[in-house]
Every structure is written in C-alpha cells, then in structure tokens.
Design a protein. Sequence first.
Length: 115
Amino acid sequence: MPDPSTCCAPLTDQALTDEAATGLAPGFKALGDPVRLRLLSLIASQADGEVCVCDLTEAFTLTGPTISHHLKVLREAGLIDCERRGTWVYYWIVPTRLAALSRLLDVAAAAGAGR
C-alpha cells in the first residue's frame, strides 16, 4: 500500500497509479458491506477511541463468528486494529488509513480550487 500519510491526491486532481489503486482497493472493498460499514462507524464513534468486541456483538442480530469475520476483513484492510485483553478483544480505528481513503474522495477541495 502507498504511504497513507501522503497518499493520495483527490480523484479530480490526478489519476491513481497502479500501486496506489492496488493499495487503496482493499479498504474500499471492506467498506462496501453494510455490516462492516456499520462496525467501522460504531468503532470510530466511541468517545474513548476503542470498543470491546462484546459491545459490538450486542449491536447486531448476527452471530459472534459472523461479526468476527467482518472485523477480520476490516483489520486485514488496515482500517482497524485490535488488542486482546484477557477474555475480550478491543478495537480502534487506524486514522491514517481512513484519512488516505478520505483524501482520495475529497473532490470538494478540488472544487474549491476553481474546478
């Protein structure tokens, strides 16, 4: 994946390189599922920046293994990270990875520059 702190210019500024597209695609693919999008939202909106998996599973009618699968996809895409503490696993977002995806879609910045 390209360096998330510098990648990427908005789509309206320049075309993506093959490397950048390959690096960013897993993040967008992971967000293409409504359950994963909601999980990311639940994790990101926590006041203390992290959430226990036990709290995430209560928010869905899905089984624990299904939630775990979706969390794994988000983790493998680099959008979240986690740590086991005793019995439970705690999750938090990876801001630099989300920022890279967000910058790519920030066409308002280009529009403000006269486009």
